[in-house]
Design a protein around this ligand. Structure first.
Ligand code: IPE
Ligand code: MG
Length: 233
């Protein structure tokens, strides 16, 4: 959800106002995903690197997150949304972590949309943690070295049990993944939206989806193979 700060700066507003407007957009996009029948929406809310921002912005973001959760929990539940988190939430401030954990527990049986919030998340940190889990399991005898394959690795990532992303949308016109789901996005289609996140609404989501529909996903095969044509001699 990139571009909140620039959206605000372009209007002479404080950065936190950009985050507030961006958060409003998120709930519009969640509703649109439910309406469109999308099963999983993962949003990058706070990266492991975002701690380096000015302390007032960091604490403002967590206060905003806590407030949003309280304000929108009933709406999420009504729409049958299941909340999940990826990233290391243990280092979040208690006032933000506690309601988050409560919301995750309360929504665990919802089935329409998995809303996955990446909080204090970084793909490299996630991979390191998965390697540690594997090492511990090998040390305890629960896993043999020869049994380590992608499936074993994947099941120890924060995203265990979630599908790989089909489409990654990067807003604000930036062409980079910035430590987001690096392993899971091996075959993801990437859409770069020029809008800052507070300007990214349902119309922009639909444009991203129609871009996605035009892609031919080959997963290493030839075009003829995926189109079901007979193999050439
Ligand atoms: C939101 O946009 C991302 C968050 C960390 C919440 P930014 O805060 O990165 O906005 P820009 O990139 O400064 O415009
Ligand atoms: Mg940014």
């Amino acid at each position: 959800m990139d571009g909140n700060g620039r959206w605000a700066a372009a209007r002479g507003l404080p950065r936190l106002e950009g985050h507030r407007r961006g958060a409003e957009r998120l709930f519009e996009i969640i509703d649109a995903c439910v309406d469109l029948g999308i099963g999983t929406l993962t949003v990058f809310a706070f990266s492991a690197e975002n701690w380096k921002r000015p302390p007032a912005e960091v604490s403002g973001l967590f206060k905003l997150g806590e407030w949003l959760l309280r304000a929108h929990l009933a709406r999420l539940d009504k729409r049958n949304v299941r909340l999940k988190v990826i990233g290391d939430v243990t280092s979040l401030p208690d006032f933000a972590r506690t309601p988050l954990e409560e919301a995750i527990a309360a929504s665990k049986d919802n089935t329409t949309l998995d809303l996955v919030v990446a909080l204090n998340y970084g793909a490299r940190q996630e991979a390191v943690e998965a390697a540690r889990r594997i090492a511990r399991d090998v040390a305890s005898g629960a896993l043999q070295t020869e049994q380590i394959d992608w499936r074993a690795f994947e099941s120890r990532l924060d995203t265990a049990g979630l599908p790989d992303p089909d489409l990654i949308i990067r807003t604000s016109g930036e062409f980079r993944l910035s430590n987001f789901l690096l392993l899971q996005s091996a075959y993801a289609e990437i859409h770069i939206a020029p809008e800052y996140w507070p300007d990214f609404g349902k119309e922009q989501l639909e444009a991203a989806l129609s871009d996605y529909r035009r892609r031919e996903r080959r997963f290493g095969l030839t075009g003829a193979q995926v189109q079901g044509a007979p193999p050439s001699p």
